[in-house]
Ligand binder design. Sequence first.
Ligand SMILES: [Zn+2]
Length: 292
Amino acid sequence: MRIHAIKTGTVKIKTAQVEGQGGRFRRQLAIYTDRNWTEWLPTYAWAIEHREGVIVVDTGQGAHLLETSRSYHPFLRWEVAFRIEREEEVGPQLRALGIGPRDVKKTVLTHLHMDHDGGLSHFPNSEILVAPGELRTASGLAGRIRGYLPNRWPAWFDPAPLNLAAEPFGPFARSRRLTNAGDVVAVATPGHTADHISVVVQEDETTLFLAGDTSYTQSLMLADKVDGVSPHERSSMATLDAIRRFAAARPTVYLPTHDPQAGARLANRRVVGTPDSIALPAGFGSSRPSAA
Ligand SMILES: [Zn+2]
């Protein structure tokens, strides 16, 4: 099994989105009043070359996101900026790895934020799996008001429901196997969105945790810092706690979508508890605990 980290361009957001400030309303409002931007952060998609077929986790950014600066939505217009070239989209990068669109058996989305579903058009022949609650939240006018881009989904987009069973997987209450071998498993990680999921990949020695946006960096997860957009602070904190317990019980490589160190961490199988070798970019999360 080979796992690829595919960087689909970069994104810039307000520091108050990365590390939440204050309780719910203050925390979500702070994104709009904050004048401080992060550095350009990566947006990763992941490809798992599994013997049962390739599984893609999240589809990253699409070049259409460059138009968000002209959106009428205040968040899209003022609080986020993207950089992406067409050849940086997930499809062309997979082809460069020798993975064609028909090789991808399953495409799993951790949630439907625009920098995770932006490459959907590259997977017309894949089974696409999305949590039903996430699909409801993102659909229609209400979805657009919430900042999703359902109008950018391909016309054929009709995902299969990723229903998680009440089968605990470690500290996670609900899970679902994505392979017959049981070595790739979706787990419920509510917080960043109410129906957010993560994908756990079991290798021989280590466990990879494809975290989506459960936190923007490993440091913020270790420091128990809820981000600025999570609708429910308590479920976010419970999820971060579950991830820490999971990583304490087995060697785990934690891989959030926008962590500048995620690519190197995967390449070196650097597990939670070993310090990252490169410093975080300026303005990118002030919390840096020294150990797990
Ligand atoms: Zn997100």
